[in-house]
Design a protein around this ligand. Structure first.
Ligand code: NAD
Length: 353
């Protein structure tokens, strides 16, 4: 008899919709329980999705509902405790990015998942864009040769209303960081997916435009050296108006340079530069008519098909008893990069990972 996976969601806010919609469309799983510390939010969410059980306490949901899988869609510092609780309950956990707010927490989460024999996934759905996979394939099949140079540029708009919409945003204790931890991390994930393991990081962060109502950085720069010698630069800011979007580029030792741009925000990412000898393609995906900073719900809606691909990979990994494509170890890598920039900025030194 085919088993339908019993899924739960913790955190019934904005991104939880992408997870719940995917579960609704996925024949092998069903959303049976939801939890939010704000129980009215959980109730409303449960009504919308026809979910049987509603909780304000995640431990109780994990203990009482016989779940196979839990989707963790809460603010960053809570991810660790919730993954550890899922591990204790023997429930596979798919956790929204960033995996945690520091590497020590990520290590505890990875170890707990290993010990409990549960799958742990970190959501980086931008890896599922065809354009993102095309760059990975050009590295794997030798088209680019070995990557030697990369760049990650994030020039986006966040206004005061964004930071004030949710109480947790913009503070070290509840957000864990600013533009690097929250927005650029998707692109740092792609950068390290293409260039490999970061070994030395030097950077500076600052709060230059949103000072007064946020503590965390709104602007950051860094240089990174990867195992094998490749170098990369990072520039990120939530202070750019209008928003130019996100871009990552890779140059290989075969000479080619390829890059991916997300503009308008929400994507889908497009390979704007494909400077590979004999196969050149250039696309300018945006124009003056494009709303470069669409409202957040619209951004989340456009991200949904790629959330769906990653959620499906995770559920398949549970059924097939294999590692999910983006597991805890993968999720830890971009977090290590972010933490290294913070440490370098604090100490004025290059950080060796
Ligand atoms: N993958 C993406 O592209 C993407 C996009 C947006 C947000 N996110 C991530 O998703 C997560 C949630 O972001 P959001 O924008 O949906 O936030 P949100 O504020 O809209 O929702 C978070 C919800 O979690 C609830 N909550 C907080 N602590 C809880 C706890 N301990 N137990 C149960 N519920 C709790 C809050 O009441 C709130 O309803 C963050 O990690 C964020 O970075 C990812």
């Amino acid at each position: 008899m085919e088993h339908t996976l019993r899924a739960g969601i913790i955190g019934c806010g904005k991104i939880a919709i992408n997870h719940a919609d995917t579960l609704r469309d996925f024949p092998g799983a069903s959303l049976v329980a939801v939890c939010d510390s704000d129980v009215d939010r959980a109730k409303e969410f449960a009504r919308e999705y026809g979910t049987e059980r509603v909780f304000s306490d995640a431990e109780r949901m994990l203990a009482e509902c016989g779940l196979d899988v839990v989707h963790i869609c809460t603010p960053h510092p809570s991810h660790e405790g919730l993954v550890l609780a899922a591990a204790r309950a023997g429930v596979h956990a798919l956790c929204e990015k960033p995996l945690a707010v520091d590497v020590a927490a990520a290590d505890r989460m990875i170890a707990a998942a290993e010990d409990a024999g549960i799958k742990l996934g970190t959501v980086f759905q931008r890896r599922y864009w065809p354009a993102a996979r095309r760059i990975r394939a050009a590295i794997d099949d030798g088209t680019l040769g070995t990557p030697i140079l990369g760049d990650c540029t994030v020039l986006i708009t966040k206004d005061r209303a964004y930071f004030e919409e949710d109480e947790w945003r913009g503070r070290w204790s509840t957000d864990g960081g600013g533009v690097l931890m929250n927005q650029a991390i998707h692109y740092l994930d792609l950068l390290q997916w293409y260039l490999g393991t970061a070994v030395r990081v030097s950077g500076r962060i600052a709060t230059l435009r949103h000072a007064g109502y946020i503590e965390v950085e709104d602007t950051a720069v860094a240089t990174v050296e990867f195992e094998g010698g490749a170098l990369a630069t990072i520039r990120a800011s939530t202070a750019a108006v209008p928003s130019l979007g996100y871009r990552v580029s890779v140059t290989g030792d075969a000479g080619g340079t390829v890059s991916l741009i997300e503009s308008p925000i929400g994507g889908p990412g497009v390979a704007d530069v494909w400077a590979v000898a004999g196969a050149e393609e250039y696309h300018m995906p945006w124009g003056a008519e494009i709303e470069s900073h669409p409202p957040q719900p619209e951004v989340h809606r456009s991200l949904k098909p790629y959330h769906a691909l990653q959620v499906r990979d995770f559920l398949d990994a549970v059924v097939e008893d294999r590692r999910p494509e983006i597991d805890g170890i993968e999720g830890r890598k971009s977090l290590a990069l972010v933490q290294a920039v913070y440490e370098s900025s604090r100490t004025g030194r290059t950080v060796t990972l």
